[in-house]
Design a protein around this ligand. Structure first.
Ligand code: NAD
Length: 399
């Protein structure tokens, strides 16, 4: 299962990516796409810093391809706010077509103040949800592993974060973000407005994401903590029951995986108090949205963290940085492009069967981090502040 292949490989720093390559080799899993001379990659620059970080990334991909004797055929499509402006749809059919027929999809970021007061279906985030749903991207893998060179960029004490290595497996196409009924209604008699969303999970949706998490954990430290709110929510009670049943039903899982459960409020505290207790976390869409961002911040900047959204192995995955469109720094050449560049490396390894390209990109990022150039988000005393473009060029030069 391709989801498993991806799942076991996604870590936040370059050393971890290498370790994972060996792990993949050991288990003998195969890639979905065999090596080609030309790869079609759909770029979704989106909004805010999205275009800048992608512009810093494509030269890295071109350089590595030219060194290895293949080519990228990039094509661009609109998503998010720009798609609303151009097509009146945050994920138009033309973008779906461009994504679903590509070898892989490299997404930057979406969103911005301009569209914040639009009706729900014309908000940039609706484009992301539509993309995930229409492309069947049900598993989101978000790593949080401390990068040794950036240890001091975390707001937490060194002894708390040293050695942190967490993988958050978030269900991406169900839960309260998609459940119906939903809406905002006004009581005609009183004028009182009521907003409601429905948290829904089926047992099949829970089982498939639980399996991804168990498979991930089998290749890590064999610990899965399932996060829910079963003390209050029925949907969470079903979540917990199905996760337990999925664990019980498989002899390998039962033997090799230590399964625990935690309420989401406690998890939010424990992540700050003692994050090293976690190995693999599995949770639903909304809790995963929040917990994965919290876990990311343990390790410093969001600007360093790639992620993957995966579905059916025969279709393309979507690779994107964990962060948003950072409208506060958009257009100022201040963004850190490394999460986007590392997302491109993941794409090469896991969607394009180009581990050689991924190795080169990751080694180049590591080399840059060993040097003294830093973007604002990871800046420390004694280092040289560089912009997005210069950081991208540094990676190209390090190749
Ligand atoms: P954000 O991730 O955009 O920004 C949070 C903070 O981190 C900001 O201070 C920002 O400047 C900083 N930051 C983020 N990425 C950075 C980078 N690469 N380099 C340097 N600093 C970086 O989150 P937000 O402010 O909550 O949301 C802004 C917009 O992004 C909203 O419209 C939101 O809906 C959208 N968003 C999109 C995605 C996505 O595209 N997948 C994810 C989260 C948020």
């Amino acid at each position: 299962m391709m989801a498993l292949l991806f799942a076991i490989c996604l870590f936040s720093n370059v050393e971890a990516f290498r370790m994972t390559t060996n792990r993949i080799g050991n288990v003998g899993l195969s890639m979905a796409v065999s090596k080609k001379d030309v790869y079609t990659v759909t770029l979704l620059p989106g909004d805010g810093i999205g275009p800048e970080i992608l512009q810093a990334t494509t030269p890295v991909l071109d350089e590595v391809a030219s060194k290895l004797g293949f080519k990228f055929n990039f094509r661009e499509a609109d998503i998010g706010g720009i798609a609303i402006d151009n097509h009146n749809d945050p994920f138009p059919d033309s973008t779906y077509e461009a994504c679903s027929t590509a070898d892989s999809v490299l997404l930057a970021s979406i969103g911005g103040y301009k569209w914040d007061s639009n009706p729900r279906e014309l908000r940039p985030e609706s484009g992301l949800l539509k993309m995930r749903k229409s492309m069947g991207l049900f598993a989101n893998l978000r790593p949080a592993k401390v990068i040794p060179q950036l240890m001091d960029a975390s707001t937490l004490k060194r002894e708390i974060i040293e050695g942190v290595d967490i993988m958050v497996v978030r269900e991406l196409t169900g839960g309260i973000y998609f459940g119906t009924p939903k809406g905002i209604e006004t009581d005609p008699a009183t004028g009182v407005r009521k907003g409601y969303s429905t948290g829904v999970y089926t047992d099949t949706e829970i089982e498939r994401i639980a399996k991804v998490a168990f498979d991930v954990a089998m290749k890590r430290n064999g610990k899965v903590c399932s996060i829910d709110k079963a003390n209050v929510l029925e949907v969470s009670q079903l979540w917990r029951d199905v996760v337990i049943a999925t664990h019980e039903a498989n002899a390998d899982y039962k033997k090799n995986i230590e399964l625990s459960h935690m309420y989401v409020d406690n998890c939010a505290m424990q992540l700050i108090r003692w994050p090293k207790q976690f190995d693999t976390i599995v949770t639903g869409n909304m809790f995963g949205d929040i917990i994965s961002d919290e876990a990311s911040m343990l390790v410093g900047s969001l600007g360093m963290l790639p992620s993957a959204s995966l579905g059916d192995p025969s279709g393309p995955g979507v690779f994107e940085p964990c962060h948003g469109s950072a409208p506060d720094i958009a257009g100022q050449d201040k963004a850190n492009p490394l999460a986007q560049i590392l997302s491109a490396a993941m794409m090469c390894r896991y969607d394009l069967d180009r581990g050689d390209a991924a190795d080169m990109i990751e080694a180049a990022v590591e080399k840059v981090l060993d040097g003294n150039q830093r973007t604002g988000d990871i800046m420390e005393d004694g280092y040289t502040l560089v912009g997005c473009k210069e950081m991208g060029e540094a990676v190209v030069n390090a190749l």
